[in-house]
Design a protein around this ligand. Structure first.
Ligand code: TRP
Ligand code: SF4
Length: 329
């Protein structure tokens, strides 16, 4: 039998993905789909834990998210792409896991306290407290080896592992403990130097047109020491330079560095170069997206095929789980 190298991960449908998502997450997913058996899903129920008062946007963002994934190169022939709420077994497992999860574990979760306090929404709900239990169900229902997560999600994954241990302790060794797959990824700052985020309005989205991107690039913060052309700069202190590092060949990079330090190169030159590179980089991504935008049936087929495959796996797990608990009536 082949060793278990399965991966499960999800993303909440909260809006269009940007370059930070691409270089931070999607590029890794795209690599993993070639080496691992991958299940990637739209965590729409998780979005509902915070947006329950007005869920209308979630519905819009689900197909948008899947299109961004496909645009970024996720291949439905290589990985399973699906929508959480279409596989109802997640909800059943969530219920069963909630029976064994001590409330104290959830209240201690640092993400819970932080987000609840900082959010403008009323998150004093049962569902929001149970966010990590649902997440545990999402993961273990596919019995994967790995979960690729960012550092911010590590406490959630640790909770999943604890819930698994408790399940196995009560009902018999069944679920493997999911391991974090920490991936290296390039950090890309936002246009203004803060973290790239849709809520700061400092992001370049994968679906942005060049007409939207050009002014964004022109407004980018560069090394503030360069008030005028003759002030020498330092690429390491420049917010635009990391973009060039990701998108530009090394030869020109050397030229940029020298020109910047010698004050022979203006920031406008870098901006023009970056706009060009972004256009080249986004061209194939947006071409893939356009296929699905033109043909919604194609997108529906991808989701249906992925959901059927995921459900098959989830159903098999649930049969065993019901047996183990003695609820296979
Ligand atoms: N909590 C994740 C996020 O905010 C989304 C998510 C839900 C997830 N279930 C998951 C991620 C299971 C990995 C595995 O993006
Ligand atoms: Fe940044 Fe280029 Fe300006 Fe130097 S010249 S500060 S690298 S944009």
């Amino acid at each position: 039998m082949q060793a278990n190298n399965r991966i499960v991960s999800g993303m909440r449908p909260t809006g269009p993905l940007h370059l930070g998502h691409y270089f931070g997450v999607l590029l890794n997913w795209e690599k993993m789909q070639r080496e691992n058996e991958c299940f990637f899903f739209v965590a729409d129920w998780h979005a509902l834990t915070t947006d329950y008062a007005d869920p209308s946007r979630i519905k819009e963002f689900v197909p948008e998210l899947v299109m961004d994934w496909l645009a970024a190169g996720l291949d439905p022939e290589k990985c399973v792409l699906f929508q959480q709420s279409m596989v109802k077994e997640h909800a059943e497992l969530h219920l069963l896991l909630s029976m064994i999860t001590p409330v104290g574990w959830l209240e201690r979760n640092p993400t819970y306290k932080e987000v609840r306090q900082e959010s403008s929404k009323d998150l004093s709900t049962y569902g929001f407290l149970g966010y990590p239990v649902l997440q545990a169900a999402d993961i273990v229902i596919y019995r994967p080896r790995y979960v690729p997560v960012g550092h911010d999600q590590l406490p959630h994954l640790e909770l999943s592992r604890e819930i698994v241990r408790r399940f196995n302790h009560f009902y018999g060794e069944f679920f493997p403990e999911p391991e974090a797959k920490l991936t290296t990824s390039a950090k890309l700052p936002g246009l203004d130097g803060r973290k790239m985020s849709k809520s700061y309005g400092n992001a370049i989205h994968l679906k942005d047109s060049m007409d939207e991107i050009r002014p964004k690039v022109m407004s980018m913060l560069t090394d503030t020491k360069r008030q005028r052309l003759k002030d020498p700069g330092e690429p390491e202190d420049c917010n635009l330079y990391p973009y060039l590092e990701l998108l530009e060949g090394t030869e020109l990079l050397d030229e940029v560095q020298e020109g910047c330090r010698a004050a022979t190169r203006g920031c406008g030159d870098c901006k023009k170069l970056l706009a060009q590179r972004l256009a080249e980089f986004l061209e194939p991504i947006q071409a893939r997206r356009a296929q699905y935008e033109r043909d919604p049936d194609l997108l529906a087929d991808v989701l249906k095929q992925g959901t059927d495959r995921a459900r098959e796996e989830a159903q098999a797990t649930m049969e065993r789980v019901r047996e183990l608990i003695g609820f296979n009536f």
